[in-house]
Design a protein around this ligand. Structure first.
Ligand code: KG4
Ligand code: ZN
Length: 327
């Protein structure tokens, strides 16, 4: 299929503990999206170990790219552009994806589009079959970030609020650890919370000025409650998970609605790993959320963002660097 919109973008994502590759058309159709999670590898440490992640990305990146090409029934010959996350994230992990992307692009003299991971999460909303058109207000909640952003156009956003301490996903992961649940913790708390009473305990919802967030108070409340419960913890775990999740979700929902009111936004969206949370999705029915597989890290969203980013012609990208923190 030739013609406008059929150009093929190979996306590569290795910013944290997911090794991912995807093929997406210029029109935003996903031809394939392969995500190899390293969660099991890091589970015994209760979090991502950067050096372990880099080494694993190195082993996985080529097979994952091959699998994405195979699933889309194409070869490198069919690829028109390469897109890669070059920040923010774990620097060693990012460098593996960036080196792979440079090698693939340069071998065929293809252009390369560096993609900011946060732009990638927002661009998960631009994929077919049901793309969202800017402008909209977006809550971006993941393991590394919690931001409220105004999205005026494709490829752009203005930050309205951010977390003053932990990211929402990080709060989920740390809470899960306190409860002795597996890693990553968000999905585990989500599952266990369904069996519990969200009003069983009294957890605070932080009141910080403006449109910022804070999750340290609720985390401390959970820590003390777990300590006080002692031997009773096991019997109250589901109630604790439900109460903890309710507090985090309420904080996210309140701030998002306040931001919508202040900016007069007509459309709201939620993206990032925490957007997979079932209570958050139910509590914000007016918000558009990507399908679950596009909430957590993936490369389809990176290829999607590249549709609106600037492509660097070959070989200008060979000197391109990765960055660990938001620019
Ligand atoms: O977007 P993501 O895959 O990676 C980052 O860019 O950080 O987000 C991962 C985060 C983890 O903290 C994980 O616990 C959280 O998303 N998460 C969830 C759920 N699924 C993943 N949090 C709450 N409920 C879920 N169902
Ligand atoms: Zn992410």
């Amino acid at each position: 299929m030739e013609g406008p919109g059929s150009a093929l973008i190979l996306g590569i994502e290795t910013s944290c503990d997911e090794t991912a590759a995807a093929l997406v058309t210029e029109a935003g159709e996903i031809r394939s999206s392969v995500v190899s999670s390293q969660a099991d590898l890091h589970a015994r440490y209760g979090g991502v170990v950067p050096e372990v992640a880099s080494r694993r990305h190195l082993e996985l990146v080529t097979p994952v790219i091959r699998e994405a090409l195979g699933e889309a029934r194409v070869t490198l010959e069919d690829v028109d552009r390469v897109a890669v996350t070059n920040g923010p994230g774990l620097i060693g992990a990012l460098l593996v994806g960036l080196a792979a992307a440079k090698a693939v692009a340069w071998s065929r003299r293809l252009p390369l589009v560096p993609v900011d991971h946060l732009d990638g999460h927002v661009a998960s909303l631009y994929l077919q079959p049901d793309p969202l058109e800017p402008p909209f207000l977006c809550l971006l909640a993941s393991g590394g970030h919690t931001l409220l952003v105004d999205v005026p156009a494709h490829g752009a956003f203005d930050v309205l609020g951010t977390t003053l301490d932990d990211a929402a996903g990080e709060a989920f992961d740390k809470g899960a650890r306190l409860l002795g649940l597996g890693y990553p913790g968000g999905a585990e708390i989500d599952r266990l919370a369904r069996e519990g009473d969200p009003e069983a305990f009294d957890f605070p919802v932080a009141r910080v000025p403006g449109l910022d967030f804070s999750f340290s108070g609720v985390k401390t409340a959970l820590l003390y409650t777990v300590r006080d419960l002692g031997g009773e913890l096991e019997a109250r775990k589901a109630d604790l998970a439900a109460t903890y999740q309710r507090a985090i979700v309420q904080a996210l929902v309140r701030r998002t609605r306040e931001a919508a009111e202040q900016t007069g936004a007509e459309r709201i969206a939620v993206v990032g790993g925490v957007a997979a949370n079932s209570e958050l999705r139910a509590a914000l029915p007016e918000a558009k959320a990507p399908p679950l597989a596009l909430c957590t890290d993936n490369a389809a969203m990176i290829a999607s963002a590249a549709r609106y980013g600037e492509a660097i012609p070959s070989p200008g990208y060979l000197a391109l660097d990765a960055y660990a923190s938001a620019l």
